[in-house]
Design a protein around this ligand. Structure first.
Ligand SMILES: [Zn+2]
Length: 189
């Protein structure tokens, strides 16, 4: 992974201080994460919030750590970067697997509660043992739900962007092939 600087242009927004950015030149047909040939483009808005060193890409983890520093509040989005992100076959496959993982982790606890409740109603289960309780807490809640939330978030995150410190530049963590394709495309223009 290498750091790639892309020029961004800011659009007008109704909210003071809010930054709506757009990458100012079309992206190449190579995905940023794997450096492979893109098979399609997915439009998506990447959101950011105020961090210690600039505007930080909002993910489950960055929101959580922001919340730890600010007494459990959630960070307010102050920047968005919209784009048509090139995705390769591997990106699409990974996104599907991550969604599946998200659903499995999110639903497993609920399904288990229903099954246990039905078993208790039928008189099969007399009392719930300690290991079963621990599987639910902290196993499923919050650990399993954290995995689910981060899997869902990661499934739709096609680019990783470094904190924005300059309003006209975004720095993407990109595969060297993507960086090379951007510079070739830039030279041709
Ligand atoms: Zn890819």
């Amino acid at each position: 992974m290498s750091a790639l600087e892309l020029q961004a242009r800011a659009g007008r927004t109704a909210v003071p201080g809010y930054l709506a950015l757009e990458v100012s030149r079309p992206l190449p047909d190579v995905c940023a994460r794997h450096g492979r040939l893109a098979v399609e483009r997915r439009s998506g808005v990447v959101r950011f919030h105020e961090g210690t060193h600039g505007r930080v890409q909002s993910t489950w983890a960055t929101n959580f750590f922001w919340g730890l520093r600010h007494y459990r509040r959630t960070p307010e989005s102050n920047t968005e970067l919209s784009g048509d992100w090139p995705v390769c076959k591997r990106c699409i496959w990974q996104s599907r697997v991550l969604r599946l993982i998200g659903y499995v982790f999110a639903l497993s606890g609920i399904v288990a509660i229903v099954v246990l409740w039905m078993a208790a109603q039928a008189g099969v289960v007399g009392e719930v043992s300690m290991p079963v309780v621990l599987i639910f807490f902290p196993g499923w809640f919050p650990c399993g739900l954290v995995v689910a939330a981060s899997a869902f978030g990661r499934a739709t995150r096609y680019v990783r962007i470094r904190p924005i410190v300059d309003r006209t530049t975004v720095v993407i963590r990109a595969h060297p092939n993507f960086a090379a394709a951007v510079s070739v495309k830039g030279n041709l223009r």
